[in-house]
Design a protein around this ligand. Structure first.
Ligand code: FE2
Length: 424
């Protein structure tokens, strides 16, 4: 007998009245109106059953620290980095773990079951690395947490010097951090930025690791480190294993240059993460009017065949005071900023918080095909567009066939004169 049978579900690709059969934590069958016995049978009532949400770009070492030791007055990226520098000496491992676990609880409630988090490796104690490796172990039964060794102060620019910073980064990888990070636009010069990209990509190639760099998070149209990132990806044979995060300078670049750049990115199979909630607030701060939106060129990259995800990046930290771990909130903002309003573009925005980031993380067993992990989210929505419009309620969340979160349906009761049966 099956462990679980969910019937009458709508799937993200539009198929309706679908049944999903689960045995031993995996999907055994997906078909129209399957009739069979199961220990547990769930009627989805036509609601959307999706693979879990995936966040390809987050900072779990900084999350839920808003106001510590003060708030960001200017709202800029650079004040955020300075503020994080003030907070770092005050961090304790216990507090880091406690805040990260609290965030993971929020994530599970929102059906967010895979997260790639950058972790600052500039502290020689590697306090945040140790803390997040412990969090990774503790949440492993319900969240796939992938860590990126992120030299926040610049691997060449940081105060400890290039040798020490590179050494810290390697030690973090030795301890079990999964991915090589970087921040070329924050290095002292364009030449140093390019050199950092080369050194870090070579390190990843040597170790057989993926790369995910904060790249060109700037309004400067001449910040072109993504070009170097694509070049090094090709040179080192890292195609499909390298991600450029943010890439906001592309918003401000000359269109002729971009017409050359995007095909180079596609050729290198570079993957891209845009972080709409954060970059709509951080970018354009030096502008008067008109103010640039600052998000990278999402629809154009997608049209060129580049895999693009939307990331959350920050929740209540030195860079962003809001957020709740809701990837539909992220998709909603991305859709607006990129003006992706057609039916197909809105569905692409749903993919940008589910299947696209799953590819970036290289998740195994992700999806709704037979043989995949029986991990999914039942949303109180009839399709992906309605899910984004409503930032839909997560009715049930399963991990490998086990129910790990549920929220009662939201059904407002109205008490309106002259409309006794009105419903919202
Ligand atoms: Fe980031």
């Amino acid at each position: 007998m099956l462990d679980l049978l969910i019937h009458n579900a709508t799937l993200p690709d539009g198929r309706k009245n679908m049944s999903v059969a689960v045995q031993d934590g995996r999907i055994k069958e997906v078909s129209a109106s399957l009739v069979t016995d199961a220990q547990q049978v769930i009627d989805a009532e036509g609601q959307l059953l999706s693979p879990p949400f995936v966040d390809a770009h987050f900072h779990m070492d900084a999350t839920l620290s808003y106001g510590l030791p003060r708030v960001n007055q200017s709202g800029t990226l650079l004040e955020g980095i300075a503020l994080w520098g003030e907070l770092k000496p005050l961090l304790t491992q216990e507090a880091l773990i406690e805040r990260a676990l609290a965030y993971c609880d929020w994530a599970v409630a929102k059906g967010l079951l895979a997260i790639r988090s950058h972790v600052d490796v500039c502290d020689p104690r590697l306090l945040a690395v140790e803390a997040l490796l412990e969090v990774k172990r503790r949440v492993a039964p319900y969240i796939d947490l992938q860590l990126v060794a992120f030299p926040q102060d610049g691997v060449l620019r940081g105060p400890l010097g290039p040798e020490q910073h590179m050494n810290n980064l390697k030690r973090a990888l030795d301890k079990g951090v999964d991915v090589v990070g970087g921040i070329p636009h924050f290095e002292r010069t364009m030449a140093d930025g390019a050199l950092s990209v080369r050194l870090l990509c070579e390190l990843a190639a040597e170790r057989g690791l993926r790369v995910d760099m904060h790249c060109d998070e700037s309004d400067d149209p001449l910040s072109r480190h993504v070009e170097t990132l694509a070049f090094e990806t090709q040179r080192l044979g890292l195609q499909g294993r390298v991600t450029g995060s943010h890439l906001t300078s592309m918003h401000s670049m000359d269109n002729y240059y971009v017409s050359k750049l995007i095909p180079l990115m596609a050729e290198a199979q570079l993957q891209v993460v845009a972080n709409p909630l954060i970059n709509i607030t951080l970018q354009g701060r030096h502008d008067t009017y008109p103010k640039r939106r600052g998000m990278t060129r999402v629809p154009e990259l997608m049209a060129a065949g580049v895999n693009v995800a939307f990331g959350h990046d920050c929740v209540m930290d030195p860079w962003y005071s809001l957020g709740s771990g809701d990837m539909l909130d992220v998709a909603h903002m991305g859709l607006h900023v990129a003006q992706m309003t057609s039916q197909s573009a809105m569905r692409q925005c749903f993919d940008a918080v589910t299947v696209n980031p799953a590819r970036i993380l290289g998740l195994q067993g992700y999806g709704l095909e037979v043989g995949c992990d029986a991990s999914f989210v039942l949303l109180q929505a009839r399709d992906p567009v309605e899910a984004i419009r409503l930032r839909a309620n997560r009715l049930k969340v399963w991990k490998k066939g086990t129910l790990i979160a549920e929220t009662a349906p939201i059904m407002p009761k109205l008490h309106l004169p002259g409309r006794p049966n009105a419903q919202a």
